[in-house]
Design a protein around this ligand. Structure first.
Ligand code: GCB
Length: 702
């Protein structure tokens, strides 16, 4: 083929087209926020059954809206509803209504020997809560749809107290019935919610029924089309939470952003925040006690129960080296609530990330919420401890909790262990960026996450999304999201994992010319060129504070380039391209069009643990380790680099991965196998991070 054709390789048209099925036409930003209420209209039951006389669709409307989230529920008096729940699989979605279902499964009717009722929880089907159904029953492994859950329990409602039913998370849409009444509806698989049940519980036997639908829908966050298993079910803790009639519902207690306290004396730390009561009458006083720091303050709320405050304090600051937490006690009337809270500053300045005013380098890894102790979703403190132990073995100080909010056990364990956290919303690839309901859903889920984690010093970054294709609607969506998140929390930088194709064609040309030069001495002699520079220029970079960037030069790119070169008539083998890519990668550099810190939020390669082979053998542990070695050398050329979270800690379930020989529906890019066995690459990365810990090395120059 001619060199000139090679120079014009449209290499990334291929990749771009995969991501560019643009959503409906853009709307004005004003329309986007104003229309969000529309999304609260309950969905009608399925019309496709309307010609079936036995199925009478009913509009099921919850009796009330969800109550604002209760903070730190595990520090309160609770009754756990974890354990075995009865279950009914409802593949056709008929459980909501039919004359033979007498109002639907949620009503939890019982029947006598002469009555016909076409559902019952009395069969032998149970599911463990918390837990996903896919990994509990073989017959449910691939199931995506509706399962009804039922739990009966004895309870004596405590006199004078209020009771809330709290869910740590359940995937995806839920209708919650208490003693036959539909009380609450929630959408979103990874954030907590609660509903007050004081008036709906009785002394003695009570029942909670939850309809869980694991299908999210094209207009939701996330959609169905993701590179991870859509684990369905009540995947996190469920409990009843008891409170006094008036109580502390939530609070924010963190150091003020430094810019915010710039008027204050140099070096003084300032705690800034708010407390929100529930059930109070008029103004009310609230006391905050942080005994170890000698802090005792009394605030008076306004009539809505809210008090805002800011005051100076002398505190030992939280950091990975010293993850100091203070016992914090709130008191108001009959209520008392304690928490363990760390205080630290996190900010960016130019290309640096500063923790407590000092430059840091994030030595991390990305992980999905999968247990290291068994198959399926991670759900409890033991799962969190197992993950933290591995992060420590890796000499990491940072974790990207991809691609959605992980459970609270994990975030709190990270905080105790001094692991900094990147928290993320599942705005993944292409969602309906122009749809106001999609934006409303993303905003609401972010509000729920912030309401849960705003006091966690470990959380240093709020990520808005992952690999979203550039476009006007997408940009407006993220501007609105960023505004929303910053209004709720201005103390943490925002990030997102960006796509960036600036420079990719240069890589193609560079590798192509080297190959052509190997074949043709004249080309080799006449060609002189510089190794490529990849420029991150996604306009989303303007919106966020820290630039995440995902790249797979040592993995996908060589395969794509080979195909493209062959299409252009160049007779190359994938081996040749891979070898050259791996040799040359260390000369590439990644720069950004923004004066902001860069975190390589993903890079990686697949390997089947136990498979060994030569340095070019795909799926071998050796090849994966080689990709890491070359990647790490390459990253020395990136002046803005301030952290890494390679993909990914452990092999994870992914129906996307159809190579039944080596993948078998697992994404094999883990440093650990699906059972937690270390691959060669684990040591490669842990040794590298060990070297970075060495104070003799400049933290920002790997
Ligand atoms: C990515 C995605 C991640 C995938 C990964 C892969 O860029 O962000 O969700 O799992 O690549 O393995 O291809």
């Amino acid at each position: 083929m001619s060199i000139s054709r090679l120079l014009l390789l449209p290499l990334f048209a291929l990749l771009l087209s995969a991501c560019s099925q643009e959503a409906p036409p853009p709307q004005s930003l004003a329309g986007v926020s104003a229309a969000s209420d529309l999304c609260e209209i309950p969905e009608l039951a399925l019309d496709e059954h309307s010609d079936n006389p036995l199925f009478q669709p009913q509009v099921q409307t919850p009796l009330k809206a969800l109550d604002p989230l209760l903070a730190n529920v595990r520090a309160r008096q609770t009754l756990s509803l974890n354990g075995d729940w009865n279950s009914i699989v409802d593949q056709l979605g008929v459980g909501d209504a039919s004359p033979l279902l007498r109002g639907g499964v949620g009503e939890n009717e019982s029947y006598g020997p002469h009555e016909l009722l076409e559902y019952s929880f009395k069969g032998q089907h149970t599911l463990q809560v918390p837990g996903d159904w896919n990994s509990q029953q073989e017959s449910l492994f691939w199931y995506r749809g509706i399962v009804w859950y039922q739990k009966e329990f004895n309870y004596q409602p405590p006199a004078g107290k209020r009771v809330f039913l709290y869910f740590g998370g359940a995937n995806f849409a839920k209708d919650v019935y208490v003693n036959g009444k539909l009380l609450a509806r929630h959408k979103g698989g990874f954030t907590p919610f609660n509903t007050e049940v004081t008036d709906y519980l009785k002394a003695g036997k009570n029942a909670v029924v939850v309809k869980v639908d694991s299908m999210s829908g094209a207009d939701e966050v996330p959609t169905e089309y993701n590179d991870w298993m859509n684990y369905g079910g009540i995947t996190r803790d469920v409990m009843l939470v008891e409170t006094p009639a008036a109580f502390v519902r939530n609070y924010k207690l963190q150091l003020a952003a430094r810019s915010d306290s710039s008027q204050k004396p140099e070096g003084e730390q300032r705690i800034k925040g708010w407390v929100q009561l529930d059930g109070h009458k008029g103004e009310q006083s609230v006391t905050l006690n942080i005994a170890e720091a000698g802090i005792r303050k009394t605030f008076t709320t306004d009539a809505s129960g809210r008090a805002e405050f800011e005051f100076g304090a002398e505190l030992a600051l939280w950091s990975p080296e010293s993850p100091k937490l203070y016992r914090v006690d709130w008191r108001s009337g009959d209520d008392q609530l304690s928490d363990d809270i760390g205080f630290r500053h996190i900010e960016t300045r130019g290309e640096d990330i500063l923790l407590n005013g000092k430059k840091i380098f994030l030595r991390g890894v990305a992980m999905h919420e999968e247990s290291l102790l068994r198959h399926g979703r991670a759900a409890n403190a033991a799962d969190a401890d197992a993950a933290i132990a591995k992060l420590k073995d890796l000499n990491a100080n940072f974790v990207r909790l991809a691609h959605y909010p992980h459970n609270e056990h994990m975030v709190r364990a990270a905080e105790r262990a001094g692991i900094m956290v990147w928290a993320e919303m599942p705005v993944y690839h292409n969602i309906q960026f122009s749809n106001p309901c999609t934006l409303a859903s993303a905003k609401r889920q972010y509000s729920e996450l912030i309401a849960r984690d705003q006091n966690r010093a470990a959380v240093i970054l709020w990520s808005l999304g992952n690999e979203t294709p550039d476009g006007e609607a997408r940009n407006r969506f993220f501007i609105a999201m960023a505004e929303h998140v910053r209004a709720l929390d201005d103390t943490r930088p925002l990030t997102a994992a960006l796509l960036g194709f600036g420079g990719m064609e240069d890589i193609g040309r560079y590798i192509g010319l080297l190959l052509a030069g190997e074949e043709n001495a004249l080309v080799g002699m006449l060609t002189s060129f510089e190794p490529p520079t990849i420029t991150i220029n996604d306009p989303l970079g303007d919106v966020v504070d820290v630039l995440g960037y995902n790249e797979y030069f040592g993995w996908y790119l060589s395969g794509i380039l080979t195909q493209e070169m062959r299409k252009q008539g160049l007779d190359v083998s994938e081996d040749q391209v891979r070898e050259l890519m791996l040799q040359e990668m260390e000369n590439f550099s990644i720069v950004t069009a923004f004066n902001k810190p860069l975190v390589i939020s993903e890079f990686g390669a697949g390997a089947k643990q136990g498979k060994h082979g030569g340095p070019l053998e795909i799926w071998s542990e050796e090849y994966q380790a080689r990709v890491y070695r070359q990647q790490l050398k390459m990253l020395r050329n990136s002046p803005a680099l301030r952290g890494l979270s390679p993909w990914v800690l452990k092999d994870f379930r992914a129906p996307y991965r159809l190579n039944t020989d080596t993948q078998n529906y697992w994404n094999r890019k883990g440093l650990l196998s699906e059972t937690g066995a270390e691959k060669l690459v684990f040591k490669e990365l842990s040794d590298y991070y060990k070297r970075l810990q060495n104070p003799g090395l400049l933290a920002t120059q790997p």
